[in-house]
Write a new protein. Sequence first.
Length: 232
Amino acid sequence: MTLLEHCRTVRSQIEGRNALRLAHREAEAFRKRAEELKGAREEIATELDRLIVLSDKGVTIQKPPIPATARELLGQFSTALASDSPDMGKDFGRLKRAVDKVSREVSSASSKALESVNRDLPAIEESYLRQVEQIPGYAEKVANIRQRRDALLRNLDLKSMNAQSLAEFLDKRDQLRSLADQLNPEDFPKEVLDFFRASRQGGAPLEKFTTVVREWLDQRGQLKNVRVIIQH
């Protein structure tokens, strides 16, 4: 082999190695881009799953995200990728910014919807439950409501829930609200609550056995259970 031929061979080998290095760098860059998009996609999918559950359960979604721009740029990037366009890096940058914008919008919509769920949790005051549970026939209902309420609110962190856990939580919330509605304050006049509170404290005086109390007991078939004791 002449010196010239040897130089050509070495040059060809160098060019081959350089081409391999370039291909390796491009492959690494592509993998990095793919990982970036994969992470954003997973975040968006998680938030969308929650939004779907919230919407199905009747929670209003404020300003739902519109991914039209990201979808258009994805098409452009796919075309650039297939044609090995020299502007592929710029196309990816535009696509990544659009995807990140969708991710922020989806996350914001989800957070606002979860905040509305927090505000709309059934308000069941313990002081009110203590009054109602003194009425015969309501102790078991109150105990059930109290147990469900405490279990529902214990270590509550809606943002950490996945879609399935969120759906189960909302179902339990609706069940609790349905039970709480059975203890409507309008169904328990103050005179009735005062009467039963006094009856648990050694007996209610006759003046608390008002017409309102008698009618309330009669409507519920409990009037016959009242005993009047005359003390001298």
